[in-house]
Design a protein around this ligand. Sequence first.
Ligand code: BG6
Ligand code: MG
Length: 229
Amino acid sequence: MNLKPKTSNPRPGFIFDLDGVIVDTAKYHYLAWKKLANELGFEFTEEQNELFKGVSRKRCLEILLDIGGITASQEDFDRWMVEKNEDYLAYIENMNESEILPDVPKVLEYLKGKGLPIALGSASKNAQPILEKVKLLGYFDALVDGNNVAKAKPDPEVFLIAAKKLSAKPENCIVFEDAVAGIQAANNVGMASIGIGNVKILSEADYNFNDFTEISLDFLENLIEKTTP
Ligand code: BG6
Ligand code: MG
């Protein structure tokens, strides 16, 4: 009789960033920051906006003020944080399923169908209402967002909390990200990183796709096998 204990594959964990991965909100963050920059008398380009992806609201404002060469009082800083968020909230107020990025539901549906755990790992404090608006909240077993973390990406805190909530080891997690800081956060703790967007910007990712339409179910199947040997 073989008394060797049965071993099963480790449990994979799937972690999705929100802005620019699940929904096209990156453009609204950009427009809200651009409006503030213009009001303060300087330009803010889409290229500069790359630095803002995956980065907390507070850190974004610090970078924005650096770009504009502006020193702010605490009072101004707090007011501009509120103003930017109010503008952003106005942009997303009427958001609906039509703003889900192509084929995201296909991938979520596939993972759910296989019983694989899914978490959100986002820097945004507006994550939950957005998932509710686009009716994707039900796919997520865990939500970790800007309200739950102290350290911003590229610190891996957000993804480590997500992995823990999914009962998955970091090395068995797969992260979908559109931000350089997010790819670095995943790489920092040995998670498989999938860059969604421009490969030239996201060259540090383990895998690159322009969007989810390029991700086949075969690719996911192979990736799961490779990540949970
Ligand atoms: C990230 C975005 O998901 O959330 C950043 O990529 C944004 O651009 C950050 O600054 C914080 O978002 P919020 O909604 O809390 O201002
Ligand atoms: Mg993002």
